[in-house]
Design a protein around this ligand. Sequence first.
Ligand code: URA
Length: 215
Amino acid sequence: MQALRTQFLKTMGIQPWVLRENKPIADENPWEALRCAVQQCNACGLQKTRTQTVFGTGDPAAKLMIIGEAPGFYEDQQGEPFVGRAGQLLNAMLEAIGFTRKQVYIANILKCRPPNNRDPLPEEVNHCTGFLEKQIALIQPAVLLAVGRIAAHYLLNTKTSLSQIRGKVHTFGKLNTALVVTYHPAYLLRNPVDKQKAFLDLQLVSRKLGRDCEH
Ligand code: URA
């Protein structure tokens, strides 16, 4: 009967009527669809130990996107990336080049906290980075800033040491998005002597964005 009705309407050139409730709202908004997919993900096993997923935060139209490693204890508790001590340093690093957290977009390679903050496993990275790639595709930032080895190695598909890949502009993806690598703020908390080099990397980001750095 339904098929006959559809055929009849088609013959008359009328678009068949479809119940709106059948269409999930998430389909209409790519950000909501992605957020739902992340929230429901149980692909790698980290859902067993996470408190919640940590999607990302900031301006979805940001020119600068920061990519970290994975949520830690506080991020897992609060559902937002970089809210712990490393996050406070990241905020200060951003301020040094004239940005607030709200003016950039911040996301991680993994959306779930690995137990005891261990390094992400290769299969976790494989399962999760599709989400990050969609975030990058939706935002289309002018510059990506990878903080730390895990993010840098994934985005550059390399195992080269961070000290060799920081301090220059690389590119990422089909859009050849400018990509700068710097030290992870958690590393800088332990090794403040490298803050000077991190500042040089941030100035590089600032120049790439065509902004004058005040300092
Ligand atoms: N370290 C990261 O890489 N990401 C966070 O969100 C917090 C700490």
